[in-house]
Design a protein. Sequence first.
Length: 219
Amino acid sequence: MIVYAVEPGGKYVTVRESLELHPEGKRGFYVNLTNQCTCACTFCLRSLKEMAEEHSLWLKREPSEEEVREELAALPWDKTAEIVFCGFGEPTMRLKVLTGLLRWLRAEHGNIKTRLNTNGLSDLFYGRDTAPDFDGLLDTISISLNASNAERYMELTRNRFGLPSFEAMLAFAEHAKAYVPDVVLTVVDHVEDDGEIAQCRTLCETRGLRLRVRPYEAN
């Protein structure tokens, strides 16, 4: 699926199914751009979640910007509250397509909220400051913090950049505040109860960042 919805319990459904299940009210729709990711997180649902083929977020090929735009254009915009760029891959690995779609959304549906869920490592991937790319295009950036220190972060994310990735992710979050109204770091509540979440909260407070503890989506 390229554009999809999420049901309670983490079930991924098509737009049509979501509308049939919830004919009234507004909801968020999600955009899945790629299977690629710079992380191989130990808890990632890419390798843990069982999905029927018709509800799978694994892409047989990466969609073009035009293909995604066509699917978005067909959405019931009177029932759409938010567009979230989040799939089984890291959206910023297709940064040009991502920002192109965000510009289109701002131009065509400027009243709709937009959000990016990211690992926050795009600066390392592109070798430059990428936060300005989102200037005026996003309402929210949600960045996966995952841990309170570099060693634990690497242990959980197993990303390709090594220990410097932790500080780079935090720097991206700090820079993004100049371009995006709402920047939030997240940690899942399955983290071992040894004070880790409290340490994550303290870290965010000292860096002037907001933390959200989100429930872990089981298989």
